[in-house]
Ligand binder design. Structure first.
Ligand code: BGC
Length: 700
């Protein structure tokens, strides 16, 4: 039961007019709503990231905010025994290239949030992956603005259609975790608008999120939470964003400056050094340093967003039934579409019948890895091992309950399947020599506040894989990771799958791809570098020299990060511009069938038409990718301007139209997108480096 913006606008205005000063200020800042640092959970709070008290006389329900994009989190196990569906990582969603799936899985999150009594979901991770080692890349979708914006937008829509407000976050250029409260992401305005801001612009247009959360970092010298350019000029000004801006937890740094720049709410205020939006704001209003109308505008925005999704008319009621088995199936379907087959010399799909298979990998008998921090989802049956520490709270490394070993045993019924965790390399190697094939579950854990140090697999897993492949060339490696990893053993193994963090349906999804029940159709949403020397910034900041957590004593000064090195040419565009050959390009992914393209046709730059044929013997899905570059312009690297995923039966041929996003093609000139006249080259193919089909088009 959602309301149109105009009606909501009027109603919100009337409600604000009736609120007392105390009621207003109770909604402008709040602590984390969990027992934390000598503070108890507020009365009435379910226990989650934030709680704002109800105003029953006005029919305004409490605002209960929970994390995040991948399911309903349970920070610090504040709701003991609470079950939730853990979806695959957002990177895996990116690999599906499938907006409908983004909507459906967003709806899973929204339904669970609503049924548990939450009316705001801190979801919608839409940062671009500029730093492949970034600790939160698993919460983000891609290195490309079009793919990120479209999928984030559809996911947010899916959440909000269930009566729950979603954020998009962390606005903007929150690209790394090391020193996340100390780094200034520095980037020229035009490049910023053509890349990171474009992703948010598209996500906000498609998803119409009720709220935006700025990041912890600074952008061009000003904290994102008090950055007038980002919040007032672009978001609330040019984009006319009607929702509210809530700070990240412990990311508010001022009263006047932040309010006047466009911040509406100080979230996680107990992590800040001051209660900026409490007494200090009251005083600033009294003294006329912040206009009263500005405070009313903040409340108006919050209430309007809640009314729009139906949170006032259809308030959440705690403990509604949830169809967890359906949601688990949705998670599995997503994983099946987002796992990427990177190499296959013919070993896959496994055709072994009644023969011997060796499965190797730590905890692969129990479950699948999930990323750490506020977005972690811990369904009942999860295995937690020590991970890291965020803001003084231990953050476990969680294996969600979906055993790859059990799924392999079920999928390949007649096989003898043996399991080893791989800690004893000699034993694993000896067993590998006796098996018909070996499947290694390699893993790389990342977390909020914790970047990967280098792109190599941790814990000597490279050596383990080398040894297993030497003992048995029929070795397949399934990598669960929070982003790209290096693969020094690539030439020696028979097959490689990128499974990201595959969520609670991950076991059967991975087994389905290995045995061929599922024909893989995932495509890389990030470039896999051949080495770290290929990155725009090969070095990394030493985490011990800076502060990565809010609420912690500050070490050192503000660290500028120069994103002008690549500018808007993030990821594959950088590789094209620098003529670098990565390990695997953006958009890449194999299938158990083959596809051919023909008949490329375009009259203008708004859409292309192309015929795609499944030339193999199996049904399969293909993602048609259209890249565009401006002819004779060295400073304009190839850009993904449109994509479309389609399922084709074996032998089927289809003529498809793919719409192109005009802003991707344009350049940002004085804050406006301008399509330069002249010649453009279009490519259609399987990945960012595939140039087999091309044509030139003139822009008038
Ligand atoms: C994260 C946010 C999250 C918030 C509330 C912060 O540490 O950066 O993404 O929504 O905590 O848990």
């Amino acid at each position: 039961m959602s309301a149109p913006l105009e009606t909501a606008d009027l109603r919100a205005r009337e409600l604000v007019a009736q609120m007392t000063e105390d009621e207003k200020f109770a909604w402008l800042s709040g602590p984390m709503a969990i027992p934390f640092a000598h503070q108890q959970k507020p009365d009435g709070a379910l226990g989650s990231a934030a709680f704002y008290p109800a105003i029953p006389r006005l029919g305004i329900p409490a605002m209960q905010q929970s994390d995040a994009s991948l399911g309903i989190g349970n920070l610090g196990n504040v709701r003991p025994g609470d079950h939730a569906t853990g979806l695959p990582s957002s990177l895996l969603l990116g690999a599906t290239f499938n907006p409908e799936l983004a909507y459906e899985t967003g709806a899973v999150v929204g339904r669970e949030a609503h049924a548990k009594g939450f009316n705001v979901q801190l979801a919608g991770g839409a940062n671009l992956i500029r730093e492949p080692r970034g600790g939160r890349n698993f919460e983000y979708i891609a290195e490309d603005p079009l793919l990120t914006g479209i999928l984030a937008g559809h996911s947010v829509r899916g959440i909000q259609d269930q009566g729950v407000v979603s954020t998009v976050k962390h606005f903007a250029v929150n690209a790394e975790e090391t020193g996340r409260v100390m780094v200034s992401s520095n980037l020229a305005e035009a490049a910023l608008r053509e890349s990171d801001l474009l992703a948010f612009e598209l996500a906000i247009e498609i998803g119409a999120p009720g709220a935006v959360m700025p990041g912890y970092n600074l952008v061009n010298g000003d904290y994102a939470s008090e950055n007038a350019f980002l919040l007032s000029q672009v978001l609330k000004g040019e984009w006319a964003f009607p929702g509210w801006v809530m700070s990240d937890w412990g990311a508010t740094h001022s009263t006047e400056k932040a309010m006047l720049a466009g911040l509406d709410v100080q979230s996680g205020a107990n992590l800040d050094d001051q209660h900026y939006f409490g007494e200090a704001l009251r005083q600033a209003v009294k003294e006329g340093r912040v206009p009263r109308s500005r405070v009313d505008d903040s409340l108006h925005r919050i209430l309007r967003s809640l009314i729009v999704v139906g949170a006032l008319d259809n308030p959440v009621v705690r403990a509604q039934p949830i169809d967890y088995s359906q949601h688990k199936l949705a998670a599995q379907r997503e994983a099946e579409e987002g796992i990427v087959l990177l190499k296959n010399n013919g070993l896959l799909p496994l055709k072994l019948r009644a023969r011997r298979l060796l499965v190797v990998g730590r905890h692969a008998d129990h479950g699948v890895l999930c990323g750490g921090g506020s977005s972690a989802v811990t369904p009942i049956g999860s295995l937690s091992v020590p991970g890291t520490d965020i803001m003084g709270m231990p953050v476990a490394k969680v294996y969600q309950p979906s055993s790859p070993l059990q799924a392999i045993r079920e999928e390949g019924e007649a096989l003898q399947v043996d399991f080893l965790d791989g800690d004893d390399v000699a034993l694993a190697t000896a067993q590998a020599g006796l098996a018909d094939a070996v499947i290694v579950f390699a893993q790389e854990w990342r977390s909020e506040a914790l970047d990967a140090q280098g792109l190599g697999l941790p814990d000597a897993q490279d050596a383990l894989i080398e040894a297993l492949a030497a003992a048995n060339p029929a070795t397949a490696v399934v990598v669960q990771s929070g982003g790209p990893v290096l693969m020094p053993w690539l030439g020696k193994v028979a097959a490689v799958l990128a499974a990201w963090y595959p969520g609670v349906g991950g076991g059967p999804a991975m087994a389905g791809v290995l045995f061929g029940r599922v024909n893989p159709s995932g495509r890389l949403p990030v470039t896999f570098p051949a080495s770290e020397t290929q990155l725009p910034r090969p070095g990394q900041i030493d985490p011990s020299t800076t502060t990565s957590n809010p609420g912690s004593p500050r070490i050192g000064g503000i660290i500028p990060i120069d994103y002008d090195i690549e500018g808007s040419d993030v990821g594959y565009r950088w590789y094209a511009r620098e003529q670098l050959t990565p390990l695997f390009p953006f958009g890449f992914g194999l299938s158990y069938t083959t596809f051919a393209y023909s008949g490329l046709h375009a009259c203008a730059l708004d859409k292309v038409s192309v015929t795609v044929t499944n030339t193999g013997a199996r049904d399969g899905a293909v993602t048609v990718q259209v890249y565009v570059a401006r002819l004779g312009n060295e400073g304009y690297a190839k850009r993904l301007a449109g994509f479309r995923k389609v399922l084709l039966l074996a032998g089927e041929s289809r003529q498809l139209e793919v719409a192109l996003e005009p802003r991707v093609l344009a350049s940002s000139v004085e804050g406006r997108f301008v399509l330069q006249r002249g010649g453009y080259r279009l490519w259609v193919g399987d990945d960012a480096q595939d140039e087999r089909l091309s044509m030139d088009v003139q822009a008038q």
